[in-house]
Design a protein. Structure first.
Length: 306
């Protein structure tokens, strides 16, 4: 059995965990991932490698994850059910663990019609709940097939992630989903972007009162606005994200929109750190990864401070 991952250790020890995210290139150029890994690796516990985000064909997260690992960043390999059947997903999971990639995140994937291959077939052989169960089965030494066939050797070391939505309109339904995902094998959760920490506080109170086997490890999604247009896009176009009017006004009045966007992100992180039960943050700054070390430093979340 391989040693615990950095993310696994942080969650087990109760340290405030920090993850971030990077998008692989639409090319075979490994330097794109290597540079982002060298930037993000030293200031995070792990870095998500997206899986054809926005339904655009990109370097696969398996290869990208190994490049990231070789350049100092611990990867979280995102896996969508959109593009691969259970057999291909199983193969990728086994291969990833063999290459030292042990953290995963199960997702459904962006709609194929918005991407650069809109006529491609959507696989969806299994859903994300089944992908959680598939990984848990492999971790326990069996394929998730009709025969529950045993693996022919060492099972993969997996730290299994799932998504959660603390700002859901119906928190009780969301808690039921979290319960089901935990029962299916999820070890941690990452959430959509949050700009209202008070909603997270209310959700955490309900989670603590719920009859769950354990308090789930929630890494709350945060991210900086690079400019006003981004804040407006997040407010108007991105599912599950609420941007308060006060933050839009603040961005409209900003002398330096990027600086103000980072300030807002830091303030959200600091508020989340005060909420009992929050396990950490997931900093999403796709195409602006250079902002992440500065944001974490301002928030007191560089490794030495943590």
């Amino acid at each position: 059995m391989s040693a615990p991952t950095r993310l696994e250790s942080a969650l087990a020890e109760g340290r405030f965990a920090v993850t971030s995210e990077m998008g692989p290139p639409k090319s075979a150029d490994p330097s794109v991932i290597a540079e982002k890994a060298r930037l993000l690796g030293p200031v995070t516990d792990a870095v998500n490698i997206t899986d054809n985000q926005t339904a655009q064909s990109r370097m696969c997260p398996l290869a990208s994850g190994r490049i990231a690992l070789d350049n100092g960043a611990e990867p979280v390999m995102q896996m969508t059910v959109r593009d691969r059947n259970r057999m291909a997903l199983s193969s990728d999971i086994l291969g990833a663990s063999a290459l030292g990639i042990h953290n995963t995140l199960c997702m459904s994937g962006d709609p194929i019609h918005i991407g650069n291959h809109p006529d491609a077939a959507v696989v969806n052989d299994i859903d994300t709940m089944a992908l959680l169960r598939l990984q848990a089965s492999l971790r326990n030494g069996r394929f998730m097939n009709e025969a529950e066939e045993e693996l022919a050797g060492e099972p993969p070391h997996l730290v299994i992630g799932a998504t959660a939505h603390p700002a859901a309109d119906d928190p009780d339904v969301e808690i039921s989903k979290i319960r089901a995902k935990m029962e299916a094998g999820a070890d941690f959760f990452q959430t959509q972007l949050v700009y209202e920490p008070e909603r997270v506080a209310a959700f955490m109170s309900r989670l603590e009162a719920a009859d769950l086997p354990a308090l789930p490890k929630l890494l709350i999604g945060v991210g900086p606005f690079k400019h006003l247009r981004m804040a407006e896009h997040m407010r108007d176009k991105v599912w599950g994200v609420t941007v308060p009017d006060a933050l839009i006004t603040r961005m409209q009045q900003a002398d330096d929109e990027g600086e103000t966007g980072m300030d807002i992100c830091v303030e959200v992180i600091q508020a989340l750190r005060e909420i009992p039960g929050v396990a950490g943050v997931h900093v999403m700054a796709i195409a602006w990864e250079t902002s992440v070390p500065e944001i974490l430093s301002r928030a007191g979340l560089v490794p030495a401070a943590r």
